[in-house]
Design a protein around this ligand. Structure first.
Ligand code: TRP
Length: 472
């Protein structure tokens, strides 16, 4: 497919890849990222109404997206969550996440948006008052302009939703400094605000499934791949709270096991003296059997002595729904019943200069509020995939895979696949020159940005409608 990006750009390293959500460097070795972090490729996923970003392989990987797509298929609800740092201005990179949130919203998901005002006050020195101002006047205004539906979107602030802080604090029990060192590369000199931020963020990600925020359902978090460490942490934390786990059984099928913890010992029949309360245990196992038989399994081997229930007829594909009924059971029995979040990962558009896109380096990206004349300048001086001279370009052709002007049309400005295909091959063959490609991009960017500003004015009155009651 001519529109797709090459599977691998950049370095091949023998050492471990690391992803740093706060770093300025960025690996673009996407197939290695998939392998090393255990992501699932999007290639075999059948996406309904694929968006521009799906069609162009920009969204290249996921975790447990099938839970969300199954919910959609079966008419069950699912949620979408994202967060924003209320500092600096919104740029194209941020808008890509909102495109995905909007896509999930159109698919039927309810949307929750965390304003990470605690995080930005602790790590970037933005006061809560200033954070609120920036969130509303910059980010949420553009979310409205980009077409998010205020009726199906709930924006809240970390500072005024105490449940996310409480969850962050309590989830801290499930991890330790060593894990933070391994996941984030922290060391003894790391400021503790940086330790707290990911825990509060885990609260952000997990709380929409609580009963008072919509209940148990899959929640998907669309992110750039640099944010995966947060997802890995959060998934791990959620799993560690679970009372029941579900794994493939050695002799086939699925095996449900109990996870004994301080919190659930009494409920699961563990007496303080270390002995087992047989009656309680029996009751627990019959609850498990009831829960899974509601799914239609007839062959259920309950073995309280071993602490397991075996479903020989189940397959790995059934794991999601078995988990769901057990999480519901856990909640009934007094546990939190937290489902690990699903996630999707997008590639990064290159920065305009060829480096990583970054708010702190305005030349590397286009801000949604940039003047057209500034945008024109940025595109004109952007990194080009053309040849050194016109003569060579005509003879050898250009490379759209590294040409910023082309890439920005692909990621952001050009909706029409066939037109994009045409300019891609025109560029490769040398019939479209680098300057011409930039001109095309300037035209598209001008249309896109002027339209966005117009929408922003038209939707300005909706901004407050996005706010959850605890954010007013
Ligand atoms: N930490 C994120 C950032 O730096 C912001 C954020 C807070 C977030 N909570 C979140 C992102 C939950 C996704 C999900 O931009």
């Amino acid at each position: 497919m001519p529109l797709a990006l090459p599977p691998t750009i950049g370095k091949s390293m023998a050492d471990e890849l690391s992803i740093d959500p706060w770093g300025s460097s960025q690996s673009t070795d996407y197939s290695r990222i998939i392998d090393q972090f255990g992501l699932q490729s999007m290639q075999d996923v059948d996406v309904p109404n694929p968006s521009r970003l799906h069609r162009r392989d920009v969204i290249f990987a996921h975790r447990d997206l099938d839970l969300v797509l199954d919910a959609k298929r079966n008419g069950n609800s699912f949620g979408v969550l994202t967060g924003l740092m209320p500092s600096g201005n919104m740029h194209l990179g941020h808008s890509m996440v909102i495109d995905q949130v909007k896509w999930f919203q159109e698919l039927g998901g309810d949307v929750t948006i965390a304003v990470a005002d605690l995080e930005s006050s602790a790590t970037r020195g933005v006061s809560l008052t200033k954070g609120r101002e920036v969130a509303l006047s910059e980010y949420i205004s553009y979310y409205a302009a980009l077409g998010l539906d205020p009726e199906k979107t709930n924006v809240y602030f970390q500072s005024t939703r105490s449940i996310v802080q409480r969850m962050g604090f309590q989830l801290g029990k499930r991890t330790n400094i060593s894990e933070f060192e391994a996941i984030y590369g922290f060391d003894g000199s790391t400021n503790l605000a940086h330790v707290q931020a990911p825990l509060v963020q885990a609260g952000d990600i997990l709380h929409p499934q609580l009963d008072e925020f919509g209940g148990l359902r899959p929640i998907v978090v669309p992110v750039g791949v640099d944010q995966d460490p947060h997802l890995r942490l959060t998934r791990g934390l959620a799993a560690k709270t679970n009372w029941f786990n579900v794994n493939s059984a050695k002799n086939g099928g699925l095996l449900i096991g109990l996870s004994m913890q301080e919190e659930n010992a009494a409920a699961l029949g563990q007496l303080p003296n270390g002995r087992v309360d047989r009656d309680r245990q029996k009751e627990v196992f019959s609850k498990i059997v009831n829960a899974v038989s509601a799914l239609g399994y007839s062959d259920i081997m309950s073995n309280p002595k071993h602490g397991t229930v075996h479903l020989p007829g189940a397959t790995l594909a059934d794991r999601g729904k078995v988990r769901m009924v057990l999480l519901a059971l856990e909640r009934e029995m007094g546990g939190q019943g937290l489902l690990a979040p699903s996630s999707t990962y997008h590639r990064f558009a290159v920065g305009m200069t060829g480096d990583k896109m970054s708010s702190s380096k305005p030349k590397t990206t286009i801000f949604l509020g940039d003047e057209i004349s500034a945008v024109e300048k940025k595109i004109k001086s952007s990194f080009s995939g053309g040849q050194a001279t016109v003569e060579e370009h005509r003879r050898l052709g250009g490379n759209p895979d590294i040409d910023v002007a082309y890439q920005y049309m692909m990621y952001f400005f050009e909706e029409d696949d066939s037109y994009l295909g045409e300019i891609n091959s025109g560029y490769r063959s040398g019939s479209i020159l680098a300057g011409e490609m930039k001109q095309l991009c300037i035209e598209r960017a001008t249309d896109w940005l002027s339209n966005l500003q117009e929408m922003r004015d038209q939707t300005a009155h909706l901004v407050n409608d996005f706010l959850a009651p605890d954010a007013l």
